[in-house]
Design a protein around this ligand. Structure first.
Ligand code: SAM
Length: 238
């Protein structure tokens, strides 16, 4: 796994700008993921090459898509087994990373993995995004908020944008056939204080797969009253 990740980082032009032990730590994380996946449902990808490419390199490929250099804090909403938040922490150790998921078991495992990888400045917390975003200590607080495979962009914007500080960015990882999803989310993004700054399609090294990063800038505070309860978000999307 380490060799696949190393050559992928090189193909992305990241060698030299990420820590020298990044590929090793990502590979170790991948090994721990596959081991735990035998007893806990963490990922549908069950082979080392798949984990290296479709998890680790998919997340690493975000680095050339947007500027991470000024960001200090990152929240990963619906992190699951840690994607993309944990690979980003390994690649960009200066980031203070919070991993949020509604499932306690995944959160506990992520905290164990972070300790095993000797990472500091990262924590996994349990909670629902729409509830945590009402918490003053988390609202309008993060430089970057990421999400992959959590919800349709229209709903996801309501879960994620309230956490972003004005001037910060919400980074939504999507498939390349998300044009319609983007159009349908335009109203929600605007209402919640966001503005789409860029849409970047990127190739995952060593694969034929192209994915998309939607970069939304927070230009105004999110109005009080958002996010709404999950049932309402689903029943009456913005
Ligand atoms: N982001 C990871 C990835 O790309 O591999 C996990 C994706 S998994 C399909 C979706 C995760 O989002 C699950 O772990 C689920 O528990 C979490 N989730 C869904 N809705 C959520 C919410 N409202 N607040 C927090 N976590 C949520």
């Amino acid at each position: 796994m380490k060799e696949l990740i190393s050559s992928g980082l090189e193909a992305l032009g990241l060698t030299g700008s990420v820590p020298p032990d990044a590929a090793e730590k990502l590979a170790e994380y991948g090994r721990l993921l596959l081991e735990k996946n035998q007893v806990m449902n963490l990922t549908a990808i069950r082979d080392e090459a798949g984990v290296a490419r479709l998890h680790m390199l998919d997340c690493a490929a975000l680095l050339p898509c947007t500027d991470f250099s000024q960001a200090r804090t990152l929240l990963d909403v619906g992190t699951g087994a840690g994607f993309p938040g944990l690979p980003l922490k390994i690649l960009l150790p200066q980031l203070d990373v919070t991993l949020l998921d509604s499932l306690n078991k995944r959160v506990d495992w992520l905290n164990e993995v972070s300790a095993q990888l000797e990472l500091t400045g990262v924590r996994a917390i349990q909670g629902r995004a729409e509830e945590r975003a009402l918490d003053k200590s988390m609202r309008d607080s993060f430089d970057l908020v990421t999400a992959r495979a959590v919800a349709d962009l229209r709903l996801l914007a309501e879960l994620c944008l309230p956490f972003v500080k004005v001037g910060g960015r919400f980074l939504a990882m999507k498939s390349v056939d998300s044009d319609q999803e983007l159009d349908q989310a335009a109203h929600a993004i605007k209402l919640l204080g966001g503005r789409v700054r860029d849409v970047k399609d990127y190739a995952i090294p060593g694969t034929e797969v192209t994915h998309r990063l939607v970069i939304v800038e927070k230009v105004a505070s999110t109005l009080k009253g958002y996010p709404r309860r999950w049932a309402k978000i689903q029943k009456a999307p913005l």
